[in-house]
Design a protein around this ligand. Structure first.
Ligand SMILES: [Ca+2]
Ligand SMILES: [Ca+2]
Ligand SMILES: [Ca+2]
Length: 303
């Protein structure tokens, strides 16, 4: 309860979000008009993936807009949506500016990671500087997680996935050469359809013959355990989505970690919008491709 009052007070003092003040703390507590969780999804654009068309489910006739609404409903209820392979993303927002409280982490990002099953997503945050209620292109800043600056990270990575043919969609069982891909590092190959998930891995509501995504590519984290044929996906130290179980401190971020395009630290008073995209282009044997899942976010000053 103390935390909520603190959050409210900082929001009102620093950001001037609340115009009137009451001396009675009980009234203050009840007058909080904000939700601590996601209220709006602006865009849902997954790459290919073994949970695509299922989380959330695609139904005949769905469009970009109806899938956005499904993703929004899921995140408002803290239910999981998949972003698919590298670059697939979701953009969401809150009904208030989450304040950047000095010396404290500010946001918990929810996913479905569990021990040694981290599928890290890169996080970007935006402060609605021009107060138009919309995340503008020049308002985004990347959260510099633990891998930031590592020589194994590739910035401005770009990948294109090509829509599978009808024949390949109709094949059953494992389809090794299922979705062709090509990146801007001179690499290309095929993504596999595995036996566990037999629906189309290509977003069915997308009419395009190819989908291109770009961003910061994180180093692969999958390790095959000798003898058992099991795979482990250990987490990075900090600063990514779907990297630690939701209750852990590793699932939280500090807005102070935001950096600009040149990698310089920026000072944001708070943030209104978050973008998350899958940070790895990796397939872990029979586990299939590594895809970030997101189940919403929480304003830690209201948690
Ligand atoms: Ca902070
Ligand atoms: Ca704006
Ligand atoms: Ca996951």
């Amino acid at each position: 309860m103390k935390k909520r009052i603190l959050g409210w007070t900082i929001a009102s003092l620093v950001l001037g979000m609340v115009s009137s003040c009451s001396s009675d703390s009980e009234t203050k507590e009840e007058s909080i008009p904000y939700k601590k969780t996601v209220t709006k999804v602006w865009e849902y654009a997954p790459a290919f993936g073994q949970f695509v068309n299922e989380l959330p489910p695609y139904e005949e006739g769905d469009t970009i807009e109806s899938m956005r609404v499904k993703a929004e409903k899921a995140l408002r209820n803290n239910e999981v949506i998949t972003l698919g392979g590298f670059g697939g993303y979701v953009v969401f927002g809150f009904d208030h500016t989450i304040p950047n409280v000095p010396g404290k982490r500010d946001i918990r990002i929810l996913g479905n990671a569990f021990a040694n099953n981290a599928e890290p997503g890169v996080i970007l945050v935006a402060y609605d500087r021009n107060k138009n209620g919309v995340p503008d292109a020049d308002e985004w800043y990347e959260i510099a997680g633990s891998e930031h600056g590592s020589p194994t990270v590739i910035r401005q990575y770009e990948i294109t996935y090509y829509k599978p043919t009808k024949d390949k969609e109709e094949e059953s069982g494992e389809v090794a050469e299922y979705i062709r891909w090509k990146d801007n590092q001179g690499q290309e190959g095929w993504k596999t359809k595995n036996t566990f998930h037999q629906q189309s891995y290509y977003p069915k509501w997308k009419k395009e013959e190819a989908l291109t995504f770009s961003g910061t590519l994180l180093p692969n984290n999958a390790v095959r355990v000798e003898q058992t044929n099991n795979w482990q996906l250990p987490p990075f130290a900090w600063g990514y989505a779907d990297n630690y179980p939701n209750a852990r401190e590793g699932a939280t971020i500090d807005i102070d970690w935001a950096v600009d395009q040149e990698g310089n630290k920026v000072q944001l008073p708070g943030i209104d919008f978050i973008k998350i995209y899958t940070g790895l282009n990796q397939e872990a044997g029979w586990l299939g491709e590594t895809s970030t899942e997101v189940a919403g976010a929480i304003d830690l000053h209201m948690e």
